[in-house]
Design a protein around this ligand. Structure first.
Ligand code: NAD
Ligand code: TYD
Length: 403
């Protein structure tokens, strides 16, 4: 087994949205580590997300399904893997409603396969991860499972008009900065997943903890809120809407657009993952969030404004009082459609434990993050064209047909 400062890390799902940011961060920041990106390359996995680091000497890509227990075990043995950051998953709620089996297979069985492979390999080592629960803090290996805040279910919206701070960190969404209810997701909250996606993620979280409690596996779980930023597949709200606005296509707002999500810039999540992988306590759970709640309809309006400004589509008009005001012509693309089945009303994460214990907080104000994000998608049209060719049109028609 490698020494602590010369690690071999297996990152699963590294060709996806968040995974590619994590792989990039680790490959660039830790030239002394070997980073192995294991990814099946489903529709959501894209090696173009990693073009800038693919030739680095400390990076290796392996195309594999996490459900392939034998393959994963062999890879771990070959490479002497001593750390795992597990991101591979089916991640889109709407797809999980149409096809829950794939979600159970990858998210539950795939995670179990990885856990069992890690256990088998690490137990075979001369200094296995040795499991008395008191001594698992500084053991040389680590299984870090990336999960979602959606496992906690949905919070009530007790204050639809929003509560002003104080409830928050200083790093937050600047001008916006409201909470839509008194309660937040904390690490000790009971799991109450509602969608097949969140049910599968919840199940995988339970397996990870069970491997700690039963076998002493040095595990960590983090539950993060909605990420946004470059390289996100345009089935998720923000990249989908940026692309639709660009092409002046309708913006399908589910229900009344009143649902609330907490948004975190993806690079801030990657920074948290780096910190927690190195400094987090074994067997702990940390929530990661942006203290940045938005109603969907409000965030959609911000996206339209930002894209219209970037594309020079803003119009100047004279108000009744004679003032010159900016108007955004693409507001007329907003189209209310049938709600998502079982649509969770509000997610709001309390990440103060992470802030308190490890000193992490989001670095970007939301206004800055959304501008960077819009700019990135508009500047990277070939990336968007590449991922929206092929099966994408069919997906889009199937998902939104008759809504
Ligand atoms: P994503 O869908 O963009 O990427 C998932 C990646 O996993 C893809 O590269 C895909 O090819 C790969 N993959 C899927 N099935 C696989 C399999 N069977 N074997 C190997 N690889 C497989 O997802 P994401 O948004 O980057 O999310 C990454 C992780 O973070 C997931 O576990 C997700 O639950 C979690 N998460 C996501 C968010 C979010 O807002 N996107 C928030 C919190 C937590
Ligand atoms: P999404 O990006 O799918 O993330 P999640 O469901 O995991 O939070 O959706 C974010 C919010 O946007 C969610 O409340 C559903 C809503 N939404 C729409 O209104 N229209 C859409 O076309 C999509 C994809 C999402």
């Amino acid at each position: 087994m490698t020494s602590f400062n010369k690690r071999v890390l297996l990152i699963t799902g590294g060709a996806g949205f968040i995974g590619s940011h994590v792989v990039r961060l680790f490959v660039n920041k830790y030239p002394e580590y070997k980073i192995i990106n294991l990814d099946k390359l489903t529709y959501a996995g894209n090696l173009a997300n990693l073009k800038d680091i693919e030739d680095k000497p400390n990076y290796r890509f392996v195309r594999m399904d996490i459900c392939d227990f034998e393959g994963v075990l062999k890879l771990m043995q070959e490479e002497q893997v001593d750390g795992i950051i597990h991101l591979a998953a089916e991640s889109h709620v709407d797809r999980s409603i149409k096809d829950p089996f794939t979600f159970a297979q990858t998210n539950v069985m795939g995670t179990l396969s990885l856990l069992q492979a890690a256990k088998t390999f690490w137990e075979s080592q001369p200094t296995p991860y040795v499991i008395s629960h008191e001594t698992t803090v500084n053991v040389p290996c680590r299984f870090y499972h990336i999960s979602t805040d959606e496992v906690y279910g949905a919070l009530e919206m007790t204050h639809p008009e929003g509560i002003e701070p104080p409830f928050t960190t200083k790093a937050s969404s600047g001008k916006h900065h409201l909470a839509y209810g008194e309660k937040f997701f904390t690490e000790d909250l009971k799991y109450q997943p509602h969608s097949p996606y969140s049910a599968a993620k919840a199940s995988s979280d339970h397996f990870v903890r069970a491997f700690h409690d039963t076998f002493g596996m040095p595990t960590i779980v983090t539950n993060c809120s909605n990420n946004y930023g470059p390289y996100q597949f345009p089935e998720k709200l923000i990249p989908l809407f940026i692309n639709n606005i660009r092409h002046r296509k309708p913006l399908p707002v589910y229900g009344k657009g009143e649902n609330v999500r907490d948004w975190l810039y993806v690079e801030d999540h990657a920074r948290a993952i780096d910190l927690i992988f190195h400094e987090g306590k074994v067997a702990e759970t940390y929530n990661i969030g942006g203290f940045n709640e938005w109603k969907n309809i409000d965030i959609i309006k911000v996206i339209i404004q930002t894209v219209n400004k970037a594309l020079g589509r803003v119009k100047l008009e004279t108000s009744e009082t004679g003032e010159t005001i900016e108007t955004y012509p693409d507001m007329d693309l907003i189209t209310y459609v049938t709600d998502r089945a079982g649509h969770d009303l509000r997610y709001a994460i309390d990440s103060s434990k992470l802030q308190r214990e490890l000193g992490w907080e989001p670095s970007l104000q939301f206004e800055e993050g959304i501008e960077k994000t819009v700019r990135w998608y508009l500047d990277n049209q070939p990336w968007m064209d590449n991922v929206t060719s092929g099966d994408y049109q069919k997906y889009y028609e199937d998902m939104y047909k008759g809504r």
